[in-house]
Design a protein around this ligand. Sequence first.
Ligand SMILES: *Cc1c(COP(=O)(O)O)cnc(C)c1O
Length: 357
Amino acid sequence: MRKKLFIPGPVEVREDVLAKMATPMIGHRSKDASALQRDISELAQKMFYTKNQIILSTTSGSGLMEGSVRSCTRKRAAVFSIGAFGDRWYEMAQGNNVPADKIKVEEGQATTPEMVDEALATGKYDLITITHNETSSGVMCPVEAIAEVMKKYPDVIWCMDTVSSMGGTKIDVDALGVDICITSTQKCIGLPPGMAICSMSEKAVNAAKEVPFRGYYLDLLELYNYIQKKEYQYPSTPSLSHMFALQYQLHRIIDEEGLENRFARHLQMAQRVREWAKTYFDLFADERYLSNTLTVIKNTHGINVGDLNKQLGEVGLTLANGYGSLKEKTFRIAHMADCTLAEVDELLGHINRILGL
Ligand SMILES: *Cc1c(COP(=O)(O)O)cnc(C)c1O
């Protein structure tokens, strides 16, 4: 039986969006390809609230995370980790011989402006990475407050992972001053996995110019320059299938649903799941920093999450177990992309029935 996904990526993809993936091919050096990629860039700029150049990458989000830390760290990176995906960014730095330090907090907690200030005051770093929405713990970091601190350090490049939040909650890239903001297609945007999107500021471009070894496929400076010179085209063949679907979906998100409505729907779903979690279990994350796009629930009853998922599968639904070491200790409900409040209610109703809550 087909299972409706309440996991934090890949998410359910609407039938009309899926159908766009089957659009007949066009040449990737054609005028049509330039027009497609220009339209996607202009739409993505609206969703990111930025005037910065948009770069697409035929990789998942991790590709641009690796590319950004490698392409733009001149001296040393401060990697702020609040869980599994922050740890991944640190491993990417190490794997690329990029000097980096990891500044980690207990899972369930957020990166705070004080931590950023303390690290940057040492003068050791010229790039920071922040996980906006940590998908393993359900924490959303207080980025507006972090942005205030960042004003004191105008030479530091700010890279931000918004893989599980962009398109589900407002992230005003230019107001915050984020230099490289990264997301993937398979989470809040509601597309199949296989493409990543980022914005890149002039400041980040200038930083990359000072870095001699930026790799090849994920060299952000090369991608940026190529787009500028070749009318939004890419050095190698991109996933045009994703681009057809992305163009269609961004028009739907921006022109049909409206960004503000989309963010409000995500918040409504989050509030519903949080209330339910507090009634029957408990929230894993510090309540000051709850994610609007997924909820991580503390397994206070010691239920067998694997068994629960098996039984949910019988009615065509599936949620996510905890991530890594949090498996069985927590479980996760994603309420992102085109999921509705009614669908969330249906899921919660089935959980209550199965567990006899
Ligand atoms: C899913 C996820 C990633 C990894 O993204 P991929 O597209 O799978 O490479 C990174 N960071 C966060 C916060 C995520 O949720």
